[in-house]
Design a protein around this ligand. Structure first.
Ligand code: FMN
Length: 589
């Protein structure tokens, strides 16, 4: 310090001694401040000193996101901006693009990961996930990390992918900067708090590097929020499967006038639906509770009936709920269900069923405490806004299942198709899906959308028709029977006639002895599918995740192997490249 002060002969000695008593973070703050002053006064030399300081001291942060429908990506980008504005060097990358070996070059790794399937990583993270668990993963001694999980606690494997990333990073030698947070479906507040915690911890881990005029930390912003839904009006509803069908599929048209809402083909609509009045009454009577009984919820008083109708989850079960009710009612049977039968049990049972099994009834307050907050249900939008200004269309199945005690309905599908009429209100918002987008109009597209999986492709075709798109388009559609289940038959035939749809292949599974599905049609057209892919086609899949989407992916790999003359690993690599180029996109549920 003595040597350095000698060079400041024209600076007041008092000032220098005050400066030398400052702590590291204050010094950096001052350096940034001086750099700002210098910049204003066009003193280039001083500015460059400050810039070096920032470069030398900044912590390199990797913000990695594993996202299927864009939530984790949005959060990652927002945190990346916050870090940049605080003077850190943040690289925001998708797990699809990041090189595994490069992660060791960062002193801090932030991972924001959602979970999909049954506790599986999002599509774009499958390879990275596999690689980081392999011998190829680099050692990360001395590094720090923080993981934010996005999930849905009604799934058995809640935030599984985030948990696994957290574990493996620790195994590789990294230590947590802050504890992992597992966010439920209403993730915004928890995600924001986690990002603030990360920023706070960073400041004490190593002095924060402050630029001359740091921007305030961004607050995570989601334009069409769940919290501020629009009260839209149901303008039309039509059952589009014919009598005799084993499915009850509906087409809904909803008026968005005055909302200012806009959406793109590929987006989903989030619907806040009320619980069914009959179900609420059955639950109350099962517990012998009066609907008017007052209970506390989030610091406010409500009648239990109001809460059950509008605020609490009554149709989706989760393990924690079954366990809690088992504990409070001392039920062995419920414990057994949670431990060994959970996955199959939740398919056709709801809250009412576990209350029937509970040995001792819950009080109204216990019930309010034990249930999760109601969550919105997402539906892939089946219209193009350009073709239908101020409208959104939804294509959905009325979900219905049966058990020994009766019939159980899907929460929102029952509300939308049985509990409201044309003219009634629906609280909704747009859930953007930037990972399911049409390419430019000259590109060829292949769409695989059996059942209600047709929804986004109806929107795609409407859009392409308006665009007078030159690119070829090919639809694979399937359902049980031609006579009753050919959804949007007239429209699709019109598109075939006009050339908007270049090809259509249909798989009506039950119209012949042996079942035929879309993946069978794909395989039989394998050579042509391969040619389309080689000509740059974009391949889309929408619909059932557990069987259809998996089968379609396996078939696609078969086609690549067979017609592209590749072995299994090479075929997987080809598919990976398609994903990287956004030419393999899925909206599966
Ligand atoms: C088809 C599907 C399967 C899902 N599976 C799980 C799961 O097994 N565990 C979980 O915690 N969340 C699960 N979720 C919830 C998502 O992780 C959650 O919606 C998350 O916010 C999505 O983030 P993303 O948009 O970044 O992908 C699933 C969601 C969908 C649509």
């Amino acid at each position: 310090m003595q040597q350095a002060t000698a060079r400041f002969s024209n600076i007041d000695g008092d000032l220098l001694s005050k400066v030398s008593n400052l702590g590291p973070s204050e010094l950096l703050l001052l350096a940034g401040y001086c750099a700002g002053l210098a910049e204003n006064n066009s003193i280039a030399a001083t500015t460059s000193v400050a810039t070096n300081l920032v470069t030398d001291n900044a912590i390199k942060v990797l913000v990695l996101y594993a996202s299927q429908t864009g939530n984790a990506e949005t959060i990652a980008k927002s945190i990346g901006d916050d870090l940049d504005s605080k003077g850190y060097f943040a690289d925001v990358e998708s797990t699809l693009d990041v090189k595994l070996s490069s992660i060791k070059n960062y002193s801090l790794i932030l991972i924001i990961a959602s979970t999909h399937g049954e506790g599986e990583p999002p599509d774009d993270a499958i390879d990275f996930h596999e690689a980081i668990f392999s011998k190829k993963a680099p050692a990360l001694h001395g590094a720090k990390h923080a993981v934010l999980g996005l999930g849905d606690s009604t799934y058995e494997f809640f935030c599984q992918t985030a948990k696994e990333f957290d574990e493996v990073l620790i195994k590789l030698g990294s230590s947590p900067l802050v504890d992992r947070v597992d966010c439920d479906i209403d993730f915004e507040v928890d995600a924001k708090n986690w990002s603030l915690k990360v920023l706070e911890a960073l400041e004490t881990w190593q002095p924060a590097v402050v630029t001359a005029d740091p921007n305030p930390v961004n607050v995570l912003q989601f334009p069409h929020t769940k919290d501020k839904p629009f009260s839209a009006t149901l303008s039309g509803i039509q059952k589009i499967t014919a009598p005799g069908s084993i499915k009850n599929t509906y087409h809904l048209e909803v008026d968005l006038s005055g909302s200012g809402i806009s959406y793109q083909p590929g987006d989903s609509i989030g619907v806040w639906a009320e619980n069914d009045q009959d179900l609420v009454e059955e639950v109350l009577s099962e517990l012998d509770i009066l609907g008017s009984t007052e209970v506390q919820f989030k610091g406010e008083k409500y009648s239990i009936e109001y809460l059950l109708l509008h605020k609490l989850e009554m149709t989706l079960l989760n393990k924690g709920l079954i366990k809690e009710i088992a504990l409070s009612s001392n039920s062995q049977r419920l414990n057994q269900i949670a431990d060994t039968e959970y996955s199959s049990y939740i398919n056709n049972h709801q809250l009412l069923d576990i209350l029937k099994l509970a040995k001792s009834p819950l009080s109204a307050q216990q019930l309010a405490d034990v249930l999760k907050p109601l969550k919105p249900r997402l539906y892939s939008i089946s219209s193009s806004l350009d073709e239908n200004p101020d409208e959104v269309h939804i294509t959905l199945n009325h979900v219905e299942s049966e058990n020994d005690d009766g019939i159980r309905y899907g929460q929102a599908s029952h509300f939308l198709t049985h509990n409201i009429n044309v003219g009634d209100k629906i609280n909704l918002y747009v859930d953007q899906n930037n990972n399911f987008r049409l390419p430019s109009p000259e590109k060829p597209i292949i769409m695989v959308g059996p059942g209600t999986g047709i929804a986004p492709f109806r929107a795609f075709l409407q859009q392409r028709s308006l665009q007078e798109a030159k690119g070829q388009s090919w639809l694979f559609f399937g359902n049980p029977n031609f006579n009753s289940d050919f959804l949007y038959q007239t429209e699709l035939q019109k598109y075939v006639k006009s050339g908007v749809l270049s090809q259509i292949d249909l798989a009506f599974s039950r119209d012949q002895k042996s079942k035929i599905y879309v993946q069978d049609r794909l395989l039989s057209k394998g050579r042509e599918v391969w040619q389309w892919l080689e000509q740059g086609a974009y391949f889309y899949v929408c619909g059932d995740m557990s069987r259809m989407a998996k089968e379609v992916e396996n078939t696609l790999l078969e086609i690549i192997k067979l017609h592209g003359k590749r072995d299994h690993e090479e075929a997987k690599d080809y598919l990976k490249q398609l994903k990287k180029q956004s030419r393999y996109q899925r909206d599966v549920y």
